[in-house]
Ligand binder design. Sequence first.
Ligand SMILES: NCc1[nH]cc(CCC(=O)O)c1CC(=O)O
Length: 314
Amino acid sequence: MPSTPSPDSPLRIGTRGSPLALAQAEETARRLGEAFSLPAEAFEIVVIRTTGDRIIDRPLKDIGGKGLFTREIEEALLGGEIDIAVHSMKDMPTLQPEGLVLDTYLPREDPCDGFVSDQYAGLAEMPQGSVVGTSSLRRKAQVLNRRPDLTVVEFRGNVQTRLRKLADGVATCTFLAMAGLNRLEMSHIARARVRAEEMLPAVGQGAIGIERRINDGATAELLAAIHDTPTSHALSAERAFLAELDGSCETPIAGLALLDGDELWLRGEVLRPDGSERLDAEGRVPIADGPELGRRLARELLSATSPGFFDWRD
Ligand SMILES: NCc1[nH]cc(CCC(=O)O)c1CC(=O)O
């Protein structure tokens, strides 16, 4: 690929095919186009179907393995079928395959969850025994920790599918990332934005990451123009926390870093899947020490958990 994409030799952007994934790929193309004054035809969006997209009738944790939503995309990147891959950082394992790097971030959207229900304004108002739909182990554990009386049912599928299940009465409420709703211009469906103090988001939530081949210097130069440094500082701290816990998007782990002047604040949380126990830790350090803080908080939580806390992990 030449150093600057053109309609004759477009930059091929690999992505999943959901409306949200496409919106994220389009945002990436738009930002690159603006940075280099390129027409839309200088970018080609290549939709790649992943294992996670293919199997929609089983809970994610039963399909197993990390990178359910990324493996096929990373193979296309390694195979030279695409030039970059655009991902929701929330879905990304902490380690990338040999030969790939994931170090470009777009400015982060709202990291918090949204509460979605056409009947109730928030979790506190849900009647005893109500049904919550979510496929996220984190959200399930957090909901049950606050409201042990509620029932959580599996709620797989993209945003549109989940809304249909809600309309069909499969559940009374669900939670969706505000970032996804904002990017789809659907934030009006959230009855409330759930503050991080109430429900700590997933590590990386709201951030878009762009992956490339490690030896592709021309693409690295392009991506540098749209990289957001504050987002990368926050994500480095959160992902160091996650990596030290050896967690993935399949485990009830939450973490959020916020920048405040030249300092970084990080809170991390681990839960038992049934919500019966929840532990958190937080700290504030100079921004450069974010990853070290992430590892320290993870070790703090690991040593504070009661026997058996992590037995659900394989
Ligand atoms: N696991 C699916 C997923 N991956 C990223 C987002 C939302 C967008 C984001 O967090 O950046 C979602 C859907 C959701 O949680 O509502």
